[in-house]
Design a protein around this ligand. Structure first.
Ligand code: 5RP
Length: 227
């Protein structure tokens, strides 16, 4: 599929940015899966070693471990040199929405502990304004229905994220995800974040502001644009 080729191109270009003996942060999602594969391939075929790989989810940790990467906890390394992660929406100011893969809280902690967050994506992720699709918001289970009412009283429609079997989706942190939708894309996403983040029970929104470093946009013909 064309989109998969584009994701792979971005992921492979990101793997080439990794320096030997560094601590690498691993994102979550289908584009991050390609990055983890490409990084493991470099380590296996180029006699190239990294100091550690720190994952933003159990899924990514498991994949990295199975491919032989030296997985460590963030608490054991404290500082990550470079994290590579995907995104759901990216605007021209490099503001992003993340978390449709369910891991934005850990992804934000990891990115903020990294020298640089390199974002890998295909061009379908580029938007003029954020809020085209849903905004994931992680919510503590205790009192979750009442937290949702407070969110909806701000004028946003929402639905609880479900797992494929129809049960409520739980993040790696044991919390719920509320997916917010907007009538139209947002002119001031920072204001929306600010309203939501102060509601008790909201852990964090999927907005990423001033965190992205280089953005690698893959194209189906294998070329990659760096922004
Ligand atoms: C997971 C994320 C992902 O990075 C985001 O959803 C992009 O995923 P994909 O690479 O599968 O399109 O934020 O929480």
């Amino acid at each position: 599929m064309e989109q998969e080729k584009a994701k792979k191109a971005a992921a492979e270009a990101a793997a080439k940015l990794i320096e030997p003996n560094t601590v690498v942060g691993l994102g979550t999602g289908s584009t991050a899966v390609y990055f983890i594969e490409a990084l493991a391939r470099r380590v296996e075929t180029e006699g190239f070693a990294i100091k550690a790989a720190v994952a933003s989810s159990r899924r990514s940790a498991e994949q990295a471990h199975q491919l032989g990467l030296p997985v460590k906890d963030l608490g054991d390394v404290f500082q990550v040199d470079l994290t590579v992660d995907g995104a759901d929406e990216i605007d021209p100011q490099k503001r992003m929405i993340k978390g449709r893969g369910g891991a934005h809280v850990r992804e934000k902690i990891l990115a903020s502990s990294s020298g640089e967050m390199v974002v890998i994506a295909d061009e379908t992720k580029l938007v003029e304004r954020l809020g085209v699709g849903v905004l994931p918001v992680e919510i503590v289970g205790y009192g979750a229905p009442s937290t949702r009412v407070k969110v909806e009283n701000l004028g946003y429609r929402s639905s609880w994220r479900q797992s494929p079997d129809g049960s409520l989706f739980l993040t790696d942190n044991g919390n719920l995800l509320l997916d917010l939708s907007f009538e139209e894309p947002l002119s001031h996403p920072e204001e929306v974040h600010e309203e939501l983040i102060h509601i008790p029970g909201v852990v964090d929104t999927g907005f990423f502001f001033q965190i992205a470093g280089r953005i690698l946009i893959g194209r189906p013909n294998g070329t990659v644009e760096i922004r």
